[in-house]
Design a protein around this ligand. Structure first.
Ligand SMILES: NC(=O)c1ccc[n+]([C@@H]2O[C@H](COP(=O)([O-])OP(=O)(O)OC[C@H]3O[C@@H](n4cnc5c(N)ncnc54)[C@H](O)[C@@H]3O)[C@@H](O)[C@H]2O)c1
Length: 275
């Protein structure tokens, strides 16, 4: 079957995971691209909402064309890098705003920004849609700034995820590393893997990745001195935080798209909420 259409799901009885702290203007019809762990979790959040419905769920066998998205208010993509990059032109050509949770394409972000700008559509990307993780990243940014003047503090990052995760380190860990580099000039480069035959240089920031069982996602920053250790960490208890965040982002993006189409991140979203 080339296309899996899940009947429009409306359930007006269950609510609760959506819109905490968000203004929801109206209902939205969502096309999901990717029916894996995250796609299914997003479908569950939508099915429990009072207001939203699923227009279609497209997975690997679907022929992705601009026309397939007509009638949708928003697209939510949780696939893999290759699929996202291949499907992006059709998604943008549809004119429907796109929320992207797929990770592993950070090296192509400038190209994607250009494509989004040329298409005059809106796209929101977050390596992690969990509100908790985004608060963790802000705390980490401040921690990196606070230790910067004090040479006794060293810092390293670690992430843990389930063994099914395709990319490493996680997009969130790389974002965390960028923030540390920006806030602390004593760290200049990111080291993803240590080789056997050399020590870590003082200006290198290690970002370790552990793949383990069914871990939903843990990110930790270890700040170490001779006399103490500071730990800044976030642990996801399930995928619900990512999925709920992606749905909230979709609601927000539809509104932004009307006023100012463009490329957005969770930072834009948080900045607006905090202003
Ligand atoms: N941003 C976030 O908050 C967040 C949270 C968790 C995971 N992720 C990322 O989301 C992505 C998906 O994670 P997952 O755990 O659901 O993975 P998964 O492997 O369970 O699901 C991926 C799905 O994409 C489908 N797919 C592959 N090629 C496709 C194509 N060409 N067209 C349509 N569908 C296609 C697969 O068949 C599969 O169903 C990963 O990149 C992961 O790192 C992001």
């Amino acid at each position: 079957m080339p296309l899996i259409i899940i009947e429009c799901i409306r359930n007006r009885q269950i609510t609760g995971t959506l819109n905490r702290g968000f203004e929801q203007e109206e209902s939205m019809k969502v096309t999901l691209v990717g029916n894996g762990r995250m796609g299914q979790q997003v479908a569950e959040v939508i099915s429990r909402s009072n207001d939203h419905e699923i227009a279609a769920v497209l997975d690997v066998d679907a022929r992705i064309t601009p026309e397939i998205f007509q009638g949708s208010d928003v697209i939510i993509d949780f696939t893999v890098r290759q699929a996202f990059m291949e499907n992006l032109p059709a998604m943008l050509a549809s004119g429907v705003p796109v929320v992207v949770g797929t990770t592993g394409w950070d090296d192509a972000v400038d190209e994607v920004r250009r494509m989004v700008s040329d298409a005059r559509v809106s796209l929101m990307y977050a390596a992690n849609f969990s509100l908790g993780v985004n608060i963790f990243l802000r705390i980490l940014k401040e921690a990196a700034r606070l230790i910067a003047p004090f040479e006794q503090f060293d810092i390293a990052l670690e992430e843990q995820h389930h063994t099914g995760k395709a990319d490493f380190p996680s997009g969130t860990a790389l974002r965390a590393a960028e923030l540390v580099l920006a806030g602390n000039k004593r760290k200049r480069t990111i080291v993803r893997q240590l080789s056997d035959d050399r020590k870590l240089a003082a200006e290198e920031l290690q970002v370790a990745a552990l793949r383990l069982g069914s871990v939903f996602g843990k990110h930790s920053a270890f700040i170490d001195s001779d006399v103490d250790e500071i730990l800044v960490a976030h642990t996801a208890k399930s995928r619900a935080g990512f999925a709920g965040g992606a749905v909230q982002a979709a609601e927000w993006l539809i509104g932004m798209h009307r006023h100012k189409p463009g490329f957005y991140t969770m930072d834009d979203f948080l900045n607006e909420r905090l202003s």
